[in-house]
Design a protein around this ligand. Structure first.
Ligand SMILES: O=P(O)(O)OC[C@H]1O[C@H](OP(=O)(O)OP(=O)(O)O)[C@H](O)[C@@H]1O
Ligand SMILES: Nc1ncnc2[nH]cnc12
Length: 188
């Protein structure tokens, strides 16, 4: 195994079985969505039913009893956040890209590995002082996760951890998340 395959993230709370499961189902796509980007594709993991079930169950168990809600970031974060929340019998907070949520929202602008973005949420979906896990598929520069965490806090929630499937360590996303609990399954 090499770093190119992804390695267990230091301090990861996830079992080896989950680390190996994820590692075995990621597809690397060079030059997507633009030249020079090595895209880590999670669709093979999602398309494998037993793997998907083990993934959702494994992620949920790590946080059982420690969180009151799961926040998912559009769009790949939704794929994980909703089933984790449902498995734990708690709610999912929907964090969407700009202009997609109706009615009053709070939002924040940030930078991506390959562009600019803005995310928004309905502040009333965050219960005051509730313990929230923010979930996404990839931690790259950390801009998205930092923006999501700040939105949850602005709405009155407490961010317990940021749960990430993959971390692109060379982009140093953790630097944007200093002082926060970052749990990644695999780091590249
Ligand atoms: O750490 P960062 O540099 O902020 O990048 C990570 C974000 O980039 C990807 O989302 P993307 O905006 O590509 O949207 P998608 O989920 O709709 O594909 C990924 O799903 C994360 O949300
Ligand atoms: N290199 C990458 N692969 C997959 N998703 C990403 N999101 C941001 N950078 C990414």
């Amino acid at each position: 195994m090499s770093q190119a395959d992804g390695v267990r993230a230091p301090g990861s709370p996830f079992p080896d079985s989950l680390v190996n499961l994820v590692r075995g189902h990621i597809r690397d796509i060079p030059d997507f969505p633009s030249p020079g980007i090595l895209f880590r594709d999670i669709t093979p993991l999602l398309a494998d039913g037993p793997a998907l079930q083990a993934l959702v169950d494994g992620l949920a168990e790590v946080y059982r009893g420690r969180i009151d809600a799961v926040a998912g970031i559009e769009s790949r974060g939704f794929i994980l956040a909703a089933p984790i929340a449902a498995t734990l019998g708690i709610g999912m907070i929907t964090i969407r890209k700009a202009g997609r949520l109706p009615g009053p929202v709070i939002g924040v602008d940030y930078s991506l590995e390959y562009g600019q973005a803005r995310i928004e949420l309905h502040p009333e979906t965050v219960v005051t002082d509730s313990r929230v896990l923010v979930v996404d598929d990839v931690l790259a520069t950390g801009g998205t996760a930092a923006a999501a965490a700040s939105l949850i806090e602005e709405a009155g929630g407490e961010v317990v951890a940021l749960g990430m499937l993959l971390e692109l360590g060379f982009l140093q996303g953790r630097a944007a998340l200093t002082g926060r609990q970052v749990d990644s399954v695999l780091v590249y």
